[in-house]
Design a protein around this ligand. Sequence first.
Ligand SMILES: O=C(O)c1ccccc1NCC(=O)[C@H](O)[C@H](O)COP(=O)(O)O
Length: 410
Amino acid sequence: MEGINVMSLRASSSATAAATHRLSFQQSLNPIPQKSTFFMRNSKTHMPNHSLLKQLAVPSIKSQQFDVKDGSTTAPETKIPEEDVLKVKEWEVGMFQDEVAASQGIKIRRRPPTGPPQHYVGPFEFRLQNEGNTPRNILEEIIWNKDVEIFKMKEKKSLGMVRKMLDNAPPVRDFIGALKDANLRTGLPGLIAEVKKASPSRGVLREDFDPVQIAKAYEKGGAACLSVLTDEKYFQGSFENLEAIRSSGVQCPLLCKEFIIEAYQIYYARAKGADAILLIAAVLPDLDIKYMLKICKLLGLAALVEVHDEREMDRVLEIEGIQLVGINNRDLGTFKVDIANTKKLLEGERGERIRQKGITVVGESGLFTPADIAYVQEAGVKAVLVGESIVKQNDPSLGITQLFGKDISS
Ligand SMILES: O=C(O)c1ccccc1NCC(=O)[C@H](O)[C@H](O)COP(=O)(O)O
């Protein structure tokens, strides 16, 4: 068996991760047994070789600390068989990320969807659907798919290429400033109007979906900012929609509504004309949020940091530099929407800290009537993010007037 150098693999870890994906993601979704030496058991013990995995993982993790020059490391070389290197990667990515996340109460697992092997036939192991490789909820499913999607995006355009695209990106617009201005002008929460064709909870919201036409109608109706879904698989959105709206003459600052798990996506969003991005606390550990906030600052982007519950809000309030926090009223496990969630998270000491820090709070999801808007405004929000109730209207501009109970366009 030809050996592979672990140190050089560290320098191109996404390639290894992708190889792992290709081998095991498909197998995990497909209950048909696969013949593969990748899952061969230790021939003496007839057990999966976990101790070997752990031994091998140590130098691999340590190698992250060595200098990387021009894509190659200067660390001493260790030859490890190819099949073991892939196993190490699977173990390392899965265990490390999920343990850090779990310690912060994050239930979304970021590991590639492989799960433990279940069945042994002769010398082979093969994967059937099990707790480890089945997403626990829709958000987890979206994130697992996003991982694969990002790998494919990078195959087409490297980070270096995307960073070059930034030279031609349109100038950044002030997303938070636009929300504050609208709030001062109307005395109502500034509106982030969502350009969304479909969603996992509601299916297709609008068959005759023309993103630019809808964006123009939102702007005419008084939206301060727009949120553009770019996820294709679950929301039927696209980066083309974002780009088209940006170059259509619409002046509202744009939020790229994407499930961000890698810095690459932030650069990509900016290159396609985004002025703000979404960071979901249910998915991202604190260190990732801090790191991504730095990238946003570098690129001049606003970050909408989204929380669903008290624990996520408390985590976010410990992070310096957050200016915009979204409270999502949709439970992504059950899809149940309850706007009382916004009130609950803004009550008491938390609300006080948010005010002291000067954070602008956005109420998200399930807002349909002037009474809903009044309710979340009373709770303390200065902005709202609204999709379904306005995108479904024949005239989305009129939809905004109906939502607020008055014309907010001037
Ligand atoms: O809406 C969903 O089904 C959904 C599922 C999984 C992750 C996110 C999801 N929604 C994203 C949103 O947060 C909403 O699009 C946004 O808050 C607007 O909500 P609404 O006004 O209720 O359309």
